[in-house]
Design a protein around this ligand. Structure first.
Ligand SMILES: *Cc1c(COP(=O)(O)O)cnc(C)c1O
Length: 364
């Protein structure tokens, strides 16, 4: 056990990692599994690293129940490079791609698609500052679209898809950067899923891509080598040097999730954690106002406001002094945001609940 107080870390990303994972990494840092060097100093072509790499892939498949006909890739460039790689590979000339715009990250994905081909909006929640997820029945897209792109959880606005559409023959592609591994989902509905690791999976530097082989078969062929999914599939994500330390850390995080009882158990815990804070908002008689509409609330990013800018400043300053980190809302929403990713312990959410109740009592 460490003899210091862990911060109540509600950072939006990079974000909290499980203490047990950090301690394990610390314990084997300078002498990785008896090799006399750290995992960062090992060749990515060695048997020792290959074991770490392949174990991390198989744990990803196991925990997310990924079917046989999917590949798991570890890429670089963040989720942001996926905004580019997706249309580069899967938006051919003469076809259009549909985007559901539910926040800043969807807007960014759409912008990159537009740079590379024809795109259109299947729905947008911009009209009410992205405080909801459009109903599945409101999605408008043509059956001959190249794909439909969604953002499963909107990190900045604090909304999350509660169910996913059945898109038939149109490949469904999702940016799941901020809610992957937080709850079970049916991978078979998707042709491609991607996520930057730094919210729920590990440190920044690794981007996970889960892609079905039948989509890969349709990919554009004139794509620069490093930006082509085929390159990385062919080389088991080792065409060039992969982010070895990040992959190793992600493996430790996945082992930790498995020890917690897997994604189902993590989901239950995430529901309990989010409820501590949402219930406080709902019971405050309007003192705290949630940004997201109730039917669209995110389990991961809880966004809320207080009655005035001064009160929010006071709340954030006192929260900071009380040991809470990362509660400032994103500038596009203002107010406060508590990101309660997988590694944020229940006690941190309980402490935030108590802080919120006491603040209201003192400043009501
Ligand atoms: C954080 C985030 C991104 C950006 O990820 P990078 O790895 O920094 O490129 C994209 N989409 C969503 C939903 C995010 O939460």
């Amino acid at each position: 056990m460490s003899d210091f107080k862990r911060a109540y870390n509600f950072n939006a990303g990079p974000s909290a990692l499980p203490l047990a994972v950090l301690e394990k990494a610390q314990a084997e840092l300078v002498n990785f599994r008896g090799l006399g060097m750290s995992v960062m100093e090992v060749s990515h072509r060695s048997k020792d690293f290959e074991a770490v790499h392949n174990q991390t892939i198989s744990l990803t498949k196991e925990l997310l129940s990924i079917p046989e006909d999917y590949e798991v890739l570890f890429l670089q460039g963040g989720a942001s490079l996926q905004f580019t790689m997706v249309p580069m590979n899967f938006l051919p000339q003469g076809k259009k791609a549909a985007y559901v715009i539910t926040g800043s990250w969807s807007e960014k994905a759409y912008k990159e698609g537009k740079m590379l081909g024809e795109v259109y909006e299947a729905a947008s929640a911009k009209d009410s500052n992205y405080n909801y997820i459009p109903a599945l029945s409101e999605l408008k897209y043509d059956q001959d679209s190249a794909y439909i792109h969604i953002t499963s959880n909107n990190t900045i606005f604090g909304t999350e898809w509660q169910e996913f559409p059945d898109t038939g023959n149109v490949p469904l592609i999702a940016d799941m950067s901020s809610d992957i591994l937080s709850k079970p989902f049916d991978v078979s509905k998707f042709s491609l899923v991607y996520a930057g690791a730094q919210k729920n999976l590990g440190p920044s530097g690794v981007t996970v891509v889960i892609v079905r082989r039948d989509l890969l078969e349709t990919a554009n062929t004139k794509v620069p080598t490093m930006l082509s999914y085929a390159t990385h599939v062919k080389n088991n994500s080792m065409f060039n040097t992969p982010p070895t330390f990040g992959i190793y850390m992600m493996g430790l995080v996945l082992e930790w999730v498995k020890e917690q009882g897997g994604v189902k158990a993590i989901y239950k815990r995430n529901q309990d954690k989010a409820a501590l804070i949402y219930d406080t908002i709902d019971a405050s008689g309007g003192y705290y106002k949630g940004h997201a509409r109730q039917d669209s609330r995110s389990l991961m990013n809880i966004t809320f406001r207080l009655g005035s800018d001064e009160l929010e400043k006071k709340f954030l300053a006192e929260a900071k002094a009380a040991g809470f980190v990362g509660l400032n809302g994103h500038r596009s929403v203002g107010g406060c945001r508590a990101s309660a990713y997988n590694a944020v312990p229940v006690e941190a959410c309980q402490a935030l609940k108590e802080f919120m109740i006491n603040f209201q009592k003192a400043n009501g």
